[in-house]
Every structure is written in C-alpha cells, then in structure tokens.
Design a protein around this ligand. Structure first.
Ligand code: ZN
Length: 192
C-alpha cells in the first residue's frame, strides 16, 4: 500500500493541510481550517472552492481581462456545476462577467434557469448586474472574496442581494481569501 487513508489530504485550492486545530477533520463543505490565524467556521469551509475561483480569475489574464473568477456549486455544496471568468475583452461582450457566465453554464448543466440550493462563489463582490443575475437565478448563497468599494452590490456600495423589498434574498458570506483575491486585482491594475 502506498496511501494512508488517515493522512491529511490537501483539497483543491488549499495550499496547506490543516495543522493548527485538533479534532475530527470534517469542516463542512469540504475544507481545511485557516492555515494562519484563528479558526473561522463561517469562511474556512469555503476556502478550497475559492481557490478554484482564483484559478478561474487567473485564466482571465491571457485575454487581457480583469482577473475575476466564479464557481457555481450544486445544492450538495461540493459538486462544481460550472466555472467562469471575465471575458469582456476576450469576447467584446459587456455582460461577460465571471458570475453571469458561470450562472448561464450552471443553468445549462441543470437544464433550467432556476438554481435553488446552489452557491455562487466569486473572487470579487458582485456588481449590480451580477447581483441582479444571481437573485434572478434564485441561488441560495453568494460567497465572495474581496470587497468592491467602488461598485459592489453585495454589501459595499449597495446591498441589492439582501434588499428586503425583494422576495428572494440569498445568504452572503464575504471575505473568503479576501487578501489573495484583492492582490490579484491590485497586481493586474498596477501593471497596466
Ligand atoms: Zn458583474
């Protein structure tokens, strides 16, 4: 045998395995705890999938697009339904934001426009268009990394997704791998 089933296994997007906290290794939707700092039971479970969204964000760079990436998870909170990254420059489409593309692909995969129970994970706080799209898609939850103080519509400039006048209001988890998500954007704009 070459594998030890009891050994910690790094999950997708997790750079390091869990070493700072004892106890059973069952942290919710499949993630190790924060490798640095205190355990964050709200954000830590989303770190691996945010790692996938960060991979998507980097995939936007060759096309000259702002590096924002998104992943849609199925209702089980683990199965990846779709991914997307910004393609405005690559396609000349003003609506080709990572979230819109990921939602379209998730709907295509599911065969319907409603995505109840699904989670949208994105590296940057959604804009008004994308916040509107995820409300329209009826996703249960949006998880994002960096805040967008200039155009964010999920808590910063607006809070469209939790507007009490709307019937459908997704849960919001913000600040997952926020520094990594923000650094990618800062580096991109610095080199332009
Ligand atoms: Zn957007």
């Amino acid at each position: 045998m070459t594998t030890d089933p009891t050994a910690p296994r790094p999950l997708p997007g997790a750079g390091r395995s869990r070493t700072d906290t004892p106890g059973p290794d069952t942290p919710g939707p499949g993630g190790p705890a924060s490798p640095t700092g205190p355990v964050d039971p709200v954000r830590d479970p989303w770190r691996p999938v945010m790692g996938l969204a960060l991979d998507q964000a980097r995939a936007a760079l060759p096309g000259g697009d702002v590096p924002v990436g998104a992943v849609v998870l199925a209702p089980d909170g683990a199965t990846v339904l779709s991914v997307g990254h910004n393609e405005r420059e690559a396609t000349g489409d003003p609506t080709a934001h990572a979230e819109v593309l990921a939602l379209r692909r998730a709907a295509a995969a599911r065969g319907e426009w409603r995505l109840p129970g699904c989670t949208l994970v994105v590296t940057l706080e959604p804009c008004v268009m994308c916040a509107g799209a995820l409300v329209q898609a009826r996703v249960d939850r949006v998880v994002y990394g960096a805040r967008d103080e200039k155009a964010g519509a999920a808590g910063s400039l607006w809070d469209l997704v939790r507007d009490r006048r709307l019937n459908h209001r997704p849960e919001v988890v913000e600040g997952v791998l926020a520094d990594d998500c923000a650094r990618l954007l800062t580096d991109f704009f610095r080199t332009r």
